[in-house]
Ligand binder design. Sequence first.
Ligand code: ADP
Ligand code: MG
Length: 722
Amino acid sequence: MELNDLIEKKFRLNPLQKAALEKLKLMTLRDLLLYLPSRYGDAAEVKHIAELKPGELAVISGRIVKNEIRKGFHTKIPIAEVTVEDDTGRIKAVWFHQAYMAKKIPEGSLAKITGMVTERKGTRYIANGELEEVDEIELAHKNSLFNKNEVTRTPVYPESRGITSNWFHHAIKKLITAGMHESIVDPIGDEILKKYHLPGLKTAIVWIHFPKSDSDALSARKRFSFEEIFFIQLTRQIERQAYRSNPNFKLAPDPLAVDNFLGKFNFKPTAAQTRSINQILKDMSSNQPMTRLLEGDVGSGKTAVAATVSYSTIVTRPVDANGKKQDFGALQVAYMAPTEILAKQHFESFIKYFKHLGINIGLLTGSGCFKFPSKINPAGFTPISRAQLLKWCANGEIPILIGTHALIQKSIKFKHLALVIIDEQHRFGVEQRFKIARKSTGTVPHLLSMTATPIPRTLALTIYGDLDLSLLDEMPEGRKQVITEVVLKADRQRVYESIRKELKNGRQAYIICPRIDEPDLKKEMAINAKSVKEEAKRLQKDIFPEFEINVIHGKLNPKNKDAVMKDFTEGKIDILVATSVIEVGVNVTNATIIIIEGAERFGLAQLHQLRGRVIRSNHQAYCYVFSDSQSEKTIDRLKALKTAKNGFELAELDLQLRGIGELSGGKQWGISDIGMEAIKNLKMVEAARNEVGEILKTDPQLQNHPTILEKINSRPKPTHFE
Ligand code: ADP
Ligand code: MG
């Protein structure tokens, strides 16, 4: 997409600003008006020059009276000096090694400088600060274009390289002053606005950018957050309708075959598994394609359910409109996982479940293709060429294909794709889900999404609004609880000793660190966090010299990652030091210990997921939550890990205890920060859901809701509508 030239003309953008706007996807004046502040700062931060004190980080604003470049007296390095004046005095801002700063803004122009006030020999100056040119109204403490209080409620906008919050502030002010916001149509009807006491769009735009009071700002935010989740829900419901209006394979399952398959398991399915299997099979035998989500903690047995319904799919013949079984040849199943490690693990699990049946199973990832069974070794799998795998997949000889998002590629064709299983679907996005669904011609496959990511109910209602829900809320019998301990600094050594005992007994451990490398100084909060590489060295040298230690993290290339994972799986590595991004669900049953360093940095739900890695074993498992935090509140929060019943309870706690911004980013769910504000509010989420339901019930084509329809149509469309 290209930037609308109106913006370019109106604001005389430099190339950096242009790039920044494009990166932020702000293409039109309308987009700019709807670019919302993330918070309100205090413009009183803009100080008078006379008040500046050495050692403070200050913002000043004034006229540039002199630009100079000189050489350091001893050092001879070039120094730019910019002298700025306001009503109260003058100060120099200096930059070392950056002579060009003296040429950035011409003398006589207005500028804003942010930087550290320093004093040398009785003279104050600002060193290596940020310098930007501003227009007349920049002198915020003098101006009252909108209202007097504005100085204490300056909106702060998310910035991007090349463009500042301040730029947005003034650009938007310019647009509103010119009345540009008046012509934007409100997609939400008066009736809904009235019912929930929400301001109309024009008012909300003014209030959110230039609030006269806190309650105005709040009210505007509420409106935008309602609007956002309303449209997410509406879009998902429309997608659901559209998907379900497609023809599907109507699969009446053979209960006997399913029972036989389950009978070969070396365990008895839990009641939750049985219930979920039945719900899924019932969906697949109905007249509409399934769109269902199977939700359950790591280890609750989702893969076992997936295998069972896959089996049922490939041994069942579809039923035509007259109730007659059609003889299609084998129907097919595609099972998509977010990473290679997980795809491979699903492949291996499926082989276990299917080995007595000799059914072909393929594995397709970026780094190779495999097929089970191997001709030479009927109990194992063998590498095959990609071309061969694609051919067998297209002609139906491979009924089950497991893989990463590589499954979406155009070259991959199926003969009769009847079921698509998507693991951790939020890692793919709605778009990709539909892409794989389209691989079937004419008839769409049933969709089963699976997730172990615990999220609060409000979030689930919003982002999974298009999916029916099956819950695995029960762990397989005999599974031992993971013993969880919150460990403070003083107890480290004691814990290391008990870990040593376990390792000596042949068990293995994960140690999770917040970072990969040495401190990244830009990220303040990371400064004290342990890094994978350093911690591995320290443990090897000081704590566990007698054990084999290795590292795994996102920066390793896939081959190295696989090699390390393989060594760990085979017990060649005792301690694996890793970042938290290492896939959930990685299944090494001999690993019974997990240490999480810097635990206060993680959400409870995320900690719970990390703990899930040691849940699979028949040995007693331990989770040590390490925190050097001094805050009692933080430690109490972490202790919830010991008491909460499941991941979903912890997700709710996260939502209540941590700020919205900290709910490990709405971005991964496609929700903005302002949208996340609604997620905290069950009433609002339910209100949006009710309104969406009401509208679609009475007006499914949105013919009587032109403004809503227009907004929906202006969004990127899910691809299957074509
Ligand atoms: P998930 O995919 O939800 O993490 P899996 O299906 O991979 O869980 O199951 C985790 C482990 O538990 C596997 O080793 C599996 O064989 C075993 N398992 C699954 N269901 C049961 C059950 N009902 N009883 C005992 N063990 C089970
Ligand atoms: Mg699994």
